[in-house]
Design a protein around this ligand. Sequence first.
Ligand SMILES: Cc1cc2nc3c(=O)[nH]c(=O)nc-3n(C[C@H](O)[C@H](O)[C@H](O)COP(=O)(O)O)c2cc1C
Length: 167
Amino acid sequence: MLELMKERYSVRKFSGKEIEPEKLDKILEAGQIAPTAKNSQPQRVYAVKSLEAMERLKAGSPCLYGAPVVLVVAYEDSEVFHRGDCPEKNSGDQDASIVGTHMMLEAWALGIGSCWVNMFDEKTVREALDLPVSQHVVFLLPIGYPDMGPSARHADRKPIEETTFIV
Ligand SMILES: Cc1cc2nc3c(=O)[nH]c(=O)nc-3n(C[C@H](O)[C@H](O)[C@H](O)COP(=O)(O)O)c2cc1C
C-alpha cells in the first residue's frame, strides 16, 4: 500500500482510452466501503460520463483536464454526524474525503489516474447535475488513463519532522 501511495501522482492529462465499466465499478465500490462517522454514509457520488452532463459540468471547473469520467463527490446534509460538543461542525467533509481517497487509490491500483479538484463553482456544478440544495459538493475527481508522468510538485514533500510528531 505504501508503495502504491508513493507512486500515485496527480494526473492532469489523460489518454483517449475509455475506462472499462468493470474498473469503474470497482472504483465506486471502493468509495462505498469507506468508513464514515457513525457509519452514516452521507456521501453521494456522481460518475459523470455522458457528453451532455460533461459539457454542463465543464462550465463549473477549469480543472476537468479532459478526463473521460469525473466523479463528483457530495454529502447529504440531513445524514451527516454532528459532534455533541461542537454542533456547528459536521462530518460531511471528512466522510466525503475518505470516500474520495479510497476511490483515488483503488483507481491507481487499476492503472487509472486522478486529480483531486476543489477549484469549482458549487452552484454551477449543482445545477449541472440537478442536485438538491441539501447536497454539498466537496470536490471533483477527474479520472482516466494517464498521459503524463508526475509533476515536480509530486516529489516535493516537507521533511516528516516538520509535519509529524511522535509525542
Ligand atoms: C484538497 C485538495 C485540493 C486540490 N485542488 C486541486 C485543483 O483544484 N486543481 C488541481 O489541478 N489540483 C488540485 N489538487 C492537487 C494538488 O495540487 C496535488 O495533490 C499536490 O500538488 C501534490 O501533488 P501530487 O498529487 O502529484 O503528489 C488538490 C489536492 C487536494 C488534496
